[in-house]
Write a protein that binds this ligand. Structure first.
Ligand code: PLP
Length: 409
């Protein structure tokens, strides 16, 4: 039997515990939706106040140079490189994940023009499927989506590009990045990884795994704020030859020459398109300071500890209440979230939120619990399970107020 005291003991031994105080979290709230929108690092408002009141209001257009706005996409990309096993100059921040995915899929497909298949999987986040469908149409390719367990066996000599998400948004299942990348390369295919649900929650080894391209999102575990810009990785060995399709002026070798002939930048800057969403990038850059000095293996250990505890407590406390765990029980195969299936998932999520336990719902029947290791505690897991038991035992979820679907879930 796991007890509440044991959870407190785990928190007392947590070497990352002090990081929580670097976030501006409401004191009476348990926040388990950081895999959708990360919590706000407390240093962000000060940075943005300076951006607005000094750099924009006083500096005006001079701030592109004087406040160093212009190189912010590169600077922020370099910070993300340290979290993902990339080199400096291999990652840049720009646009949304969907847009960056479009760029790298087209670029990768162009590099394997003689092959027809873009290989993806059936349970991916919808935007990945929508974008890959368009790319297949535009490049006269075939998009083949297979079951997640069939990916490895399906990669063959017809495969131009394999496009996968490292950690699945619904189940939290994690792919073996190194093994799949190796298999893709064995047959001469390229690989694109979507890191939305892994970056900032675990070590990622892009170069050690020989990854070709990657994209990822700034607003989940990187805590860059609502709609934060995304990032894109291109392995240095491809930087000379990669041709992305959205050839805007910021990807040009000399944007301020204003010539009509497009000459791509020689570096990662060629993945840029238009003017950076500067306030969003500066927010993300400031938010990333919470990772300074963090050992990503320690971060991962904490995430695994939270996930294991969550699953053990579901087994111990919620038996017979209609829940089943759909995330892998083996931590090796799991990201930093635990997902439960329940036929009243939506109403239960709303009932939890009414008790200031904020988690996520994914239609039709999934409750997601994001375990952002920088600020979630073991006692939060204990209290969440207690709330889940009360809500289901007493049928507190069975109220009209909890059945209304809002625009965003
Ligand atoms: C795996 C995955 N890819 C892509 C996206 C979409 O990102 P964006 O809205 O930045 O295009 C999401 C959003 O949650 C996601 O979970």
């Amino acid at each position: 039997m796991i007890t509440q005291t044991e959870c407190l003991v785990l928190d007392a031994a947590d070497t990352l515990a002090d990081r929580r105080s670097r976030f501006d979290l409401p004191p009476d709230t348990i926040y388990l939706d950081g895999n959708s929108l990360g919590a706000m690092p407390a240093n962000v408002p000060g940075r943005i106040k300076q951006t607005l009141e000094q750099e924009w209001a006083r500096g005006l257009i001079r701030s592109w140079n004087d406040a160093n706005w212009y190189p912010a996409p590169q600077r922020t990309g370099n910070k993300i490189a340290t979290l993902t096993g990339a080199e400096q100059g291999e990652i840049i921040v720009a646009d949304s994940t969907s847009v960056n995915l479009f760029k790298v899929l087209v670029a990768a497909k162009r590099m394997r023009a003689g092959r027809r298949v873009i290989l993806a999987e059936k349970t991916n986040f919808p935007t990945n499927v929508y974008i890959a469908t368009s790319v297949a149409q535009l490049t006269n390719s075939e998009l083949r989506c297979v079951d997640p367990d069939e990916v490895l066996a399906t990669i063959d000599e017809n495969t131009a590009v394999v496009s996968l998400t490292h950690v699945n948004y619904r189940t939290g299942k994690r792919y073996d990045m190194e093994a799949i990348t190796r298999r893709a390369h064995e047959v001469g295919a390229l690989i694109v990884w979507d890191l939305c649900h892994s970056v900032g929650a675990m070590p990622i080894h892009l170069n050690r795994s020989q990854v070709d391209f990657a994209v990822g999102c700034g607003y989940k575990y990187l805590n860059g704020g609502p709609g934060a810009p995304s990032f894109v990785f291109v392995a240095r060995r491809h930087l000379d030859s990669v041709q992305q399709p959205l050839t805007g002026w910021h990807g040009h070798a000399r944007p301020f020459d204003f010539t009509h002939e497009y000459v791509p930048h020689s570096g990662i800057e060629r993945m840029l398109t238009g003017t950076a969403p500067q306030i969003g990038i500066l927010t993300l850059e400031a938010a990333l300071e919470v990772f300074d000095g963090i050992d990503l293996d320690v971060l991962r250990d904490k995430s695994v500890s939270l996930g294991n505890l969550f699953i053990e407590l579901v087994d111990q406390e919620l038996e017979g209440l209609g829940f089943s765990v759909i995330s892998p029980r083996d931590a090796q195969e799991r990201g930093s979230q635990v997902s439960l299936l329940h036929e009243q998932a939506h109403a239960i999520t709303q009932a939890l939120i009414s008790r200031n336990v904020i988690n996520g719902f994914r239609a039709p029947d999934v409750l997601r619990f994001g375990l952002a290791p920088l600020y979630v505690r073991h006692i939060d897991v204990w209290n969440t399970i207690t709330a889940l038991r009360e809500i289901t035992e007493t049928r507190a979820w069975d109220s009209d107020a909890f059945k209304i679907r809002k625009a965003v879930s």
